[in-house]
Ligand binder design. Structure first.
Ligand SMILES: [Cu+2]
Length: 305
């Protein structure tokens, strides 16, 4: 068997890699270059969350714009139009679409909202594979979202924007359509509700208190047990939270109430005024940036009746 000293040495080398890899994961939330662009797909992964009780928080406020459910292709005369109903599995693909306005023509004039004219999200029906993108628009109003590789299954794709027309200036619109990705699909069970998640060595602890559909959510970011205070602005906030409802994929997305301060970094505590309009489980994706690198923490939050 493995009596060859070189084979033994190779096996030892493989074993000794394990603590090195763990160490790399622990320090990865520290400043370090990342080839993945901050606007790229989040690539959030399952399995990092650890169970912890959700503690109550204090005062509650609501953000009406966060109540959008985003399950229709049309809302208030605006429509998401796309010729594509199927995207390939396992490789990057472009998804082209237009937003048509009440006059039936493609909209080309959008308000800049959280530093972008349009925010685009993708999620599979089992709430895996989250992507948050900022597509480019051609002069004729055609947008193209460059999606990272998708797994087989049914995906819902969302566009969130503020039309520039004065009548709707303050109302965010969220439209969506589904696409099919061919192949054998395996549904991943939704992880149990948890109070904390760890990503890239940073731990996010979420506390919440429900009050009649509105939540105050507080996220505390730590690294190696120490508070993280060097959060960088990401889309004009210190964090961006996207949540999808189990079962129907209703979307809610939220930004912290904390103002971005040019003089110092954000953290460790972020406060969100959340409107999660339905009871049940929500899969929450909390995105924040340190040292030019975007992190996505992922956990399940239960909204009780
Ligand atoms: Cu965005």
């Amino acid at each position: 068997m493995a009596t060859d000293p070189r084979a033994l040495a190779r096996r030892w080398a493989m074993l000794s890699c394990v603590p090195v890899l763990l160490l790399a994961a622990i320090v990865a939330c520290d400043p370090s270059p990342d080839p993945r662009p901050a606007d790229g797909p989040a690539g959030a992964q399952r399995g990092a969350a650890a169970a912890a009780p959700v503690a109550p928080a204090a005062a509650v406020a609501t953000d009406p714009s966060a109540g959008d459910r985003g399950l229709a292709a049309e809302q208030d005369g605006y429509r998401l139009d796309a010729a594509t109903t199927e995207l390939p599995a396992g490789r990057a693909a472009g998804y082209s679409f237009t937003i048509t306005g009440p006059d039936g023509r493609p909209v080309t004039d959008f308000e800049v909202h959280q530093t972008k004219k349009l925010h685009f999200y993708a999620i599979r029906s089992d709430l895996t594979g989250f992507q948050h993108l900022h597509p480019e628009m051609a002069a004729d109003g055609t947008w193209t979202a460059d999606l990272a590789a998708l797994t087989p299954g049914t995906w819902r794709l969302y566009a969130s924007f503020l039309p520039s027309s004065t009548a709707r200036r303050s109302t965010e619109i969220v439209l969506s359509r589904t696409v099919t990705v061919p192949g054998t699909s395996t549904a991943v069970p939704l992880p149990a509700p948890a109070g904390t998640a760890t990503v890239d060595g940073c731990t996010v602890a979420l506390t919440s208190e429900p009050t009649a559909g509105a939540y105050r959510l507080t996220a505390t970011v730590t690294r190696d047990g120490r508070p993280v205070t060097d959060l960088q602005p990401y889309l004009d906030s210190y964090a961006h939270l996207t949540a999808f409802h189990e079962g129907d994929q209703a979307l809610a997305h939220l930004h912290p109430a904390d103002k971005v301060d040019a003089d110092h970094g954000g953290g460790p505590v972020l406060t969100f005024h959340a409107m999660l309009p339905k009871t049940g489980n929500w899969r929450v994706f909390l995105q924040f940036q340190t040292a030019g690198r975007l992190h996505t923490a992922e956990l399940t939050l239960n909204v009780a009746a």
